[in-house]
Design a protein around this ligand. Structure first.
Ligand code: ZN
Length: 288
């Protein structure tokens, strides 16, 4: 699932690639992918791409008529677990089952919201550009996880009797972190995924805050290794996530994991849980 660093590099590359590109037409082959009716997709025709940015884990593409920045329309996209937003030199075949929303440009290129797998969960919404920050999916977001908010803000946000692992993935607490990067952040901070936010001491909160730099490091990594086109599968610089059974890159202990129906939490027992390997299924239920 694309998280803050992956969506950030996607937005940066799309922003460079699509600057000023003129829309010819737009359509939505994924019947349920377009979650708005007004403005209609047809309203994009003749507009130019004004910019591509990111809020939390959501890309935002802005279109405006030439010379009329006040009449901008934004497309807010939620990639969910298997969506990708990419630009292609040629138009998709109408038989392409991954196509959800297609924006065709006068120069022949196409911005494509695709989704792998059979489920249709990824979506896009069109709205006046000035309404993005008021959208229900945006207004509830916590502060962006990167660049990191002030340590006091992080301390205030996580002062809740909830386990760190699900709490940090809650976009209302802090925006941009998902199942991959939460493992990396907690490992970097040497904190147990099973600690409660409100139980952390000042020094632990500071460690957690400092650990958010892994998101910035990942963006720097992508800037180096990703060319003009963002591949379907990004080379994520993960140290512990899904590396159960491998040695911890920092202390050499064997990394352990707790498995859930839809995800897995990987951690270093030596540095994060006081030497304990957590296998208790009840604990797994608690952490959902
Ligand atoms: Zn370790």
């Amino acid at each position: 699932m694309p998280e803050l660093p992956e969506v950030e590099i996607t937005a940066r590359r799309l922003d460079s690639a699509l600057s000023e590109a003129e829309v010819e037409s737009a359509l939505s082959p994924g019947m349920v992918a377009l979650k708005s009716v007004d403005p209609p997709l047809a309203a994009l025709a003749g507009r130019r791409v004004a910019g591509v940015r990111r809020v939390g884990k959501m890309p935002v593409v802005e279109f405006e008529p030439p010379g009329e920045p006040d009449a901008g329309i934004a497309m807010l996209v939620h990639l969910m677990s298997a969506g990708r937003l990419q630009v292609f030199d040629k138009r998709a075949s109408l038989r392409d089952r991954t196509a959800r929303v297609l924006v065709r440009f006068a120069d022949g290129r196409e911005l494509r919201l695709r989704e792998f797998g059979t489920k249709q969960r990824a979506w896009a919404k069109l709205m006046p550009a000035g309404d993005v920050e008021r959208d229900e999916m945006v207004v509830t977001l916590g502060p962006e996880a990167w660049p990191a908010p002030a340590v006091e803000e992080v301390a205030r946000r996580i002062d809740q009797p909830r386990h760190l692992h699900p709490m940090l993935r809650d976009q209302r607490v802090i925006a941009g972190v998902g199942r991959s990067w939460v493992d990396e952040i907690l490992w970097e901070a040497a904190l147990s995924p099973f600690r409660q936010g409100s139980d952390l001491g000042d020094e632990e909160v500071e460690r957690l805050h400092a650990a958010l730099h892994v998101l910035g490091d990942a963006i720097d990594h992508y800037e180096e290794v990703i060319g003009d086109v963002v591949p379907d599968k990004l080379p994520m610089p993960l140290q512990v996530h899904r590396r159960e059974g491998e040695p911890c890159p920092r202390c050499g202990a064997t990394l352990a994991a707790v498995h859930f129906a839809e995800h897995v939490t990987t951690y270093c027992p030596e540095e994060q849980t006081g030497g304990r390997v957590l296998k208790d299924r009840r604990l797994s239920r608690l952490l959902k």
